[in-house]
Design a protein around this ligand. Structure first.
Ligand code: GRF
Length: 196
């Protein structure tokens, strides 16, 4: 069976990257062809290196606009033969031209049960609202941030004793189960962008 070439785009810690690398190592039908970071200091890069995965640094140049950055990113992905792009804590907003070019081949993981809590600080906001359920979502990417058709979600309970850190840890652990499962499903042809 053909193995899907995946790029994982990161800016920070890289725990979802690690979950994807672990799954790829156990015959998931996909391989991580490249890890792309916009942050030279991202701890995720060490995870990539220790797994022997190539790293591409695409950091914004001084004064560079979004379109120029996106074009460099696009060229890097094309050069590596990437077939699916997984955003995993990538902290840059991608422009609509880039998102359009990769439509159907671009997914993101977000730490809330979308459409609840798009954007940042999702755990603190859920706690502030007294939510009893929270979780994470993997979705196809559209130009609007944290929008796009939902592929799968994993819910976790919110406990009365939670603070944003304990809740984040519970959600993160759910992310690590959900994201590799979805990417394996895409690789197997079971999951497709309904708008692609
Ligand atoms: C995760 O919570 C993910 O949902 C969000 O950014 C965080 C990345 O964490 N998009 P990590 O870098 O994968 O550990």
């Amino acid at each position: 069976m053909a193995v899907l070439n995946v790029a994982v785009l990161v800016s920070g810690r890289g725990s979802n990257l690690r979950a994807l690398l672990d799954r790829a190592a156990s015959q998931a039908g996909f391989r991580v062809a490249v890890v792309v970071s916009d942050q030279p200091e991202a701890p995720a890069l060490e995870r990539a290196a220790s797994a022997g995965v190539p790293v591409a640094m695409v950091a914004p140049a001084p004064g560079e606009g979004r379109a120029a950055f996106d074009a460099r990113l696009d060229a890097e992905l094309a050069r590596r033969g990437v077939e699916l792009v997984c955003l995993a804590g990538f902290m840059r907003i991608l422009g609509s031209a880039f998102v359009g070019r990769w439509r159907g081949r671009l997914v993101n993981i977000h730490p809330s049960l979308l459409p609840a809590y798009p954007g940042l600080d999702t755990h603190a906001r859920a706690l502030r609202d007294g939510a009893t359920r929270h979780g994470c979502t993997v979705h196809w990417v559209r130009p609007e941030v944290d929008a796009g058709p939902i592929i799968a979600q994993a819910a976790v309970p919110v406990r009365r004793t939670d603070d944003p850190a304990t809740l984040a840890a519970r959600v993160l652990s759910a992310e690590h189960g959900l994201y590799p499962e979805v990417v394996a499903g895409i690789a197997a042809g079971r999951l497709q962008d309904p708008g692609a």
